[in-house]
Design a protein around this ligand. Structure first.
Ligand code: NAD
Ligand code: UDP
Length: 332
């Protein structure tokens, strides 16, 4: 029988790739999105598919009763602005989106006996005290800084998810996603990969914040979607046994590419892929609480899912450059 999936944040960068993949696998897909940072353009290649339904709705206001006519088999909770620029623009909205979004998803999962996959983040680790970061690390997070609305909102979502498991036995899982990039990022998204590519294509200054020595590990979007689907293919008992054998209540795995790079190196790789660019690198002030180093330990995901990222940084950047070039051409 055809399965039905709910994707909150389905019109966003990652959400739209996930919807497309689920439709390709034969699911009916309901995407709920407020279009805060997502767009209908992201849905263009599948919005006419009769198995796809788009609901423009804010998860802060949505209720379980609104979905009375649906029975979900799988729920993916992705609604939340992910770029620092956008999540800091209205911090109260960001924190509430994480909290209300996970509560809605959990109650629907409990109602329908559905599997739930929550999009958590490497920001859970804050400015990490361990390197690379393992799931056991509790993090080093400022509760009162400019990133806290996102970090603490996401941490609270993890807490609510675990308490739902303890209280109701809900079949909920989470992925802590490390910096993910690719086609369908918004040109004004503000995150580093899209900024550098958009700047290089426009011959504008490449804005490195700080001295560029801070590191990130960049995962191409198709690798993340593969990990998410592999995780959701597992049964509840299998997931529970795997984590309880390791002393975890939380079914949480890191998903990222451990290929760690400095931001300066990312700028240089981007410019190397766009040799016609006349852009120059300029240094701008480093925003508050910007983590210095970030790299996932993906041992758990490797063992549980038999998964590891396949797309190299140069391959992924080249595909993303092609996407932004094509976008620029069509908008002329
Ligand atoms: P994105 O901004 O493109 O997508 C987020 C989507 O959520 C957008 O379509 C937006 O309109 C929607 N949204 C925001 N607030 C909403 C609300 N209140 N109600 C309904 N919809 C709302 O970002 P993304 O990179 O695709 O991120 C998707 C998810 O993955 C987010 O939860 C993010 O925290 C998580 N994540 C992403 C990364 C990454 O590197 N891309 C890393 C860690 C975690
Ligand atoms: N960054 C930068 N220039 C930009 C955008 C971001 O140097 O135009 C830096 C930012 O300060 C951080 C890293 O790149 O150190 C990754 O930033 P991003 O916003 O992509 O994600 P984060 O991992 O900080 O959430």
């Amino acid at each position: 029988m055809q399965k039905t999936a709910l994707v909150t944040g389905g019109a966003g960068f990652i959400g739209s790739h996930l919807c497309e993949r689920l439709l390709g696998e034969g699911f009916r897909v309901v995407a709920v999105d407020s279009l805060l940072t997502g767009s209908l353009e992201n849905l263009a290649s599948f919005k006419e598919n009769p198995a796809f339904t788009f609901v423009e709705r804010d998860v802060r206001d949505a209720t379980e009763a609104e979905f009375a006519s649906c029975k979900f088999d799988e729920i993916y909770n992705l609604a939340c602005p992910a770029s620092p620029v956008h999540y800091q623009a209205d911090p109260l909205r960001t924190a509430l989106t994480s909290i209300k979004g996970i509560l809605l998803s959990l109650s629907l999962a409990r109602r329908d006996g559905a599997k739930l996959l929550h999009a958590s983040t490497s920001e859970i680790y804050g400015d990490p005290l361990q390197h690379p970061q393992k799931e056991e690390h509790w993090g080093n997070v400022n509760t009162i800084g400019i990133r806290s609305c996102y970090d603490e909102g996401k941490r609270m979502a993890e807490t609510l998810l675990c308490d739902h498991i303890r209280t109701y036995g809900t079949d909920a899982r989470m992925v802590r996603i490390f910096n993910t990039y690719g086609p369908r990022m918004h040109p004004q998204d503000g995150r580093v990969v899209s900024n550098f590519i958009v700047q290089a294509l426009a011959d504008a200054d490449i804005t490195i914040y700080g001295d560029g020595s801070q590191t990130r590990s960049f995962q191409f979007v198709s690798d993340l979607i593969e990990a998410m689907r592999k995780y959701m293919a597992l049964g509840k008992d299998e997931v529970r046994a795997f984590f309880s054998a390791r002393g975890f209540i939380a079914p949480v795995i890191n998903t990222g590419n451990p290929d760690e790079r400095t931001v300066k190196e990312l700028a240089e790789r981007t410019l190397a892929l766009i040799p016609e660019s006349k852009s120059k690198i300029v240094l701008k002030p480093l925003p508050g609480d910007d983590p210095k180093r970030r790299k996932p330990d993906i041992s758990l995901a490797k063992t549980l899912l038999g998964w590891e990222p396949r797309v190299t940084l140069d391959e992924g950047l080249a595909k993303t450059v092609e996407y932004f070039k094509a976008r620029k051409e069509t908008s002329k």
